[in-house]
Design a protein. Sequence first.
Length: 325
Amino acid sequence: MTIKKIMAAITATVLCFMLSAAALAESLVPGGGAVGIRMTTDGVVVAGISEVETSSGKRSPAADAGLKKGDVITRLGGSEIATAQDFKAALSALDGSKTTVTFERGGKQKQLNITPAQGTDGAWKLGLWLRDGISGVGTLTFYDPATGVYGALGHCISGDDGEALPLGDGGIYGAEIVGIVQGTVGAPGQLDGKTDAAAFLGDIRINCGCGIFGTADFDGETMDTGEFETGPATIRCTLEGSQTREYGIEIKKVYSSSEGTTVMLTVTDPELIALTGGIVQGMSGSPIIQNGRLVGAVTHVFVNDPTSGYGVSIEDMLRYAQHVS
């Protein structure tokens, strides 16, 4: 099964408000179910900087050149880098002379010179730990039966700098929640999920500040969409197996500007607080329902208060959903 590439016309680092606003879809299927997420990056991500043991001592060519954790390498010398295998092949062609490395940092392309170091095993090395794939569990926000488009997470899949990672390929899969690590002050909790790699649900075509988007095929009753207002609301999420439930929250503040709409929210449901401590990793994308309408999704938790966090509006998510093709 082929997973489609991200549209060339849209980059992962463009903010949601830069797109033309779409009219709210009249009705969507609200999510709340856990989904496994697997994504490869367009380039390789620097996961760490290390030292090379040489005959004359330890060196770190990557650190000397100025590379940092979170940089996305797209070219080494004259070779384009899309995967870890590409990087390995380009590295094996080096002869110890200075070469260039092209990478993305903070949404901008940069280039540095780097001089490999010869390890005690005779191989030329740069002193890098790399990865070209991301996996985890998140929550489905909505599905549009009219177009087959879904939205999830409510925020981007990002590197250490908080910027959206450039998308290579990606997909969402069936998943179950098998455990919970409670959130505490200073230590966000998480949902432990088990992804079924054989249960492919849909592709990922966009990774941006408002979430991940693609096409899939889900069942469920539709719900009208609406706008945030302060007051009681619920979030729909999965905390055990594949059972989806709603839990009470309070929308405390609504922030609207030309850049979009976000909210500050607080969990009020005693059962949810008892189970998770509040908002935990893996709940990102949980749909927010208010006055019988789908109005947005949970995005982040406050590190110093796991019962509180932020949400993004459904309208902002739909601005990107309209560009899935």
